[in-house]
Design a binder for this molecule. Structure first.
Ligand code: SAM
Length: 270
């Protein structure tokens, strides 16, 4: 591996959400949070210039570093050419097959990423879809997005972005980073969340697609009473008896329901 000071660098590309970590103390903290153990398989999404990758490589683990930017792939290839436990993968996290990688390797994956902010949410949802091969994830988001992911019911931040991650994982807020920790500096603070994937969803869900419909209808009109916002799912459904059956007051607003109540409601649509 080349020494950090000899890393070739490229100018940041906005379209790939490139804000590179410029403070190695934060990179070290992120790697500590991931609690890498001997033999672990770590997938780093968006290694960039390798600020986190370098520290992961020092652990007794194998790192798959998935980078979309061709210029960076080349630089990373040179930087880590002599580093046996780092493999650079050219690809897009939005269509990468995490499940096949996990199944091929026969070990659960640990995911580490300073996510590109422009696609952080779709990448999170893609990872949650692949949760059967994932043990835990340490992911950096812009602070406002992290607050929404970890928000509790009754909070204004609570919404669709909170429900699915909280259904599938235990989430902890780990670290807050100021704009000055990055180059170029973004306009906002960043937060690192850790996700420990649960063996099974926290609550029983009979049809995840139905849960998605209920959640998105409820929050698309979050000021409306639930009985009105859920009408568009199925206007022939007897919503009053659905609400009665699960013991939820139909005049409540979406943000007051717990994750469990959303699951009960979605299950009752059958
Ligand atoms: N990990 C580096 C660091 O902390 O300095 C770079 C983080 S930078 C915020 C995001 C990285 O993700 C960039 O290297 C960018 O090229 C890469 N990236 C952007 N979109 C991606 C995608 N869809 N799949 C994989 N990598 C992506």
């Amino acid at each position: 591996m080349s020494s950090p000071s000899s890393f070739p660098r490229q100018r940041a590309k906005k379209r790939f959400g490139q804000n590179f970590l410029a403070d190695s103390n934060y990179a070290a903290k992120i790697v500590d949070i991931a609690e890498i153990k001997t033999g672990d398989i770590v997938v780093e999404i968006g290694p960039g210039h390798g600020a986190i990758t370098r520290l992961l490589a020092e652990k007794d683990c194998t790192v798959y570093a998935l980078e979309i930017d061709r210029d960076l792939q080349k630089i990373l290839g040179e930087t880590f050419s002599g580093t046996e436990n780092v493999r650079i993968i050219a690809g897009d996290a939005l269509d990468f097959d995490f499940v096949s990688l996990g199944e091929e390797l026969g070990r659960p994956l640990k995911i580490v990423a300073n996510l590109p902010y422009n696609v952080a949410t779709p990448i999170l949802f893609r990872l949650l879809e692949a949760r059967c091969v994932i043990e835990n994830m340490v992911l950096m988001f812009q602070k406002e997005v992290a607050l929404r992911i970890a928000a509790k019911p009754g909070n204004k931040q609570f919404g669709a972005l909170s429900i699915f991650p909280q259904l599938y994982a235990d989430i902890r807020s780990e670290l807050l980073l100021p704009p000055g920790a990055f180059k170029p500096a973004p306009k906002v603070y960043s937060s690192v969340l850790s996700f420990t994937i649960l063996k099974r969803p926290r609550f029983y869900v009979s049809d995840e697609l139905m849960l998605k419909k209920v959640v998105s209808s409820a929050f698309s009109q979050r000021r409306k009473k639930l009985i009105n916002s859920l009408k568009k799912i199925d206007d022939s459904a007897d919503l009053s008896s659905i609400f009665k059956g699960v013991g939820i007051d139909p005049s409540r607003r979406a943000e007051t329901l717990s994750v469990e109540e959303f699951c009960l409601l979605a299950n009752a649509f059958f």
